[in-house]
Design a protein around this ligand. Structure first.
Ligand code: ACO
Length: 329
């Protein structure tokens, strides 16, 4: 019996209308376009504005576009996974709300959280369902309204993040295409450098936690920066080595978009030419779970069937990993 693989058969993204430029940030915190551009590579990011608008609204937009692009109805979806660090509510899962808003009625759905690595972890989980043969159409959404957890008085973090959603459809194939292999790692001791201090079971919300601004991203930039470069490059190289992939065999590297300097250093450490490294951080900033599918969406026209693509991410946890994907479209 042929072993099934899970191939990406459609991809779509959603960016909220409002664009927050570096010039506007100069009015909000003590920063400059020059500092943000040279230290991060970011020029602008999209922000979801409007009362009652949440991560699920962006996710549902991405999913509606995805299904339209593939020419299928919402009733055909079997499973929807959403990776997010900014769920609409602690429960129910944002995946449930996205399904509801996108008219998906015949599927089960749930969220996954592995911070910036979440989309990769969810993609492999979804691929496993597809490979079973029982699930024919599985949607993976990476979505975050980072502006809901960014402290716009903290100049070190507020310049980095943006809001967005992106979604992919996975379907079974008997060809040697799709999600081929992955390597994931986690080190929970890294939580000290990147977390949200309050709002969870450790420290439920109180007036004091609000006064202390503990419901926002806490990040020690430099240790995170160092780990991000070494871990993304090394896990990608390990994955390539065990599959006999040389640098020349790789068509594209799709790194999590956290900082232009991290992206460039990762490419250099892997000895990959810059033109093989996908970059769109200048337009969107770090959209956490949406960065990797947004890159694939932006570069879709340049991708060819059979391209070897390495997806890699690093994020809170610490979590990191890489996927070898063979483009199927
Ligand atoms: N504008 C102007 N100056 C600033 C700003 C700003 N926005 N932010 C910091 N500075 C200042 C600092 O105060 C410091 O000044 P000092 O020397 O007078 O003290 C100086 O710039 C240098 O600060 P550093 O922290 O050394 O700056 P660095 O070059 O490390 O850049 C940054 C900071 C952008 C946060 C970087 O460390 C980074 O990108 N880290 C990794 C982020 C990341 O990958 N996160 C993981 C994913 S997120 C997730 O999982 C949710």
């Amino acid at each position: 019996m042929t072993r099934l693989k899970a191939a990406i058969t459609a991809i779509h993204g959603y960016l909220p209308e409002y664009v927050l430029t570096n010039a506007e940030l100069e009015q909000i915190v003590d920063t400059t376009d020059e500092w943000i551009s040279t230290r991060t590579g970011i020029k602008e990011r999209h922000i979801l504005k409007g009362e009652g608008k949440a991560t699920s609204d962006m996710g549902a937009e991405a999913v509606r576009g995805l299904l339209k692009k593939r020419g299928i109805g919402p009733e055909e979806v079997d499973l929807l996974l959403c990776s997010t660090v900014t769920p609409d509510m602690k429960f129910p899962a944002t995946a449930n709300l996205i399904s509801h808003k996108a008219g998906i009625k015949n599927a089960f759905s749930y969220d996954m959280n592995a911070a910036c690595s979440g989309f990769l972890y969810a993609l492999v989980t979804a691929a496993n369902f597809v490979e079973l043969g029982k699930y024919k159409k599985v949607v993976v959404v990476g979505a975050d309204k980072m502006s809901s957890i960014v402290d716009y008085t903290d100049r070190q973090t507020c310049v980095l993040f943006g809001d967005a959603a992106s979604a992919v459809l996975l379907e079974p194939t008997e060809e040697d295409l799709g999600v081929i292999d992955h390597k994931f790692e986690t080190d929970g001791s890294g939580y000290v450098h990147l977390h949200m201090k309050a709002g969870g079971s450790l420290k439920p919300p109180t007036y004091d936690t609000i006064d202390a601004r503990e419901h926002y991203i806490y990040q020690e930039g430099q240790p995170v920066f160092k780990f991000a470069v070494t871990k993304m490059a090394d896990v990608s190289l390990d994955l390539m080595k065990r599959n006999g992939l040389k640098v020349d065999d790789v068509s594209w590297l799709v790194p999590h978009q956290a900082n232009m300097r991290i992206i460039e250093a990762t490419g250099r450490r892997m000895a990959l030419p810059a033109e093989k490294v996908m970059v769109n951080i200048q337009k969107y900033g770090n959209t956490t779970n949406a960065t990797i599918p947004l890159c694939l969406w932006d570069y879709e026209k340049q991708l060819n069937k059979g391209d070897n693509i390495i997806l890699t991410a690093f994020g809170g946890g610490f979590t990191w990993g890489a996927i070898w994907l063979k483009w199927a479209l």
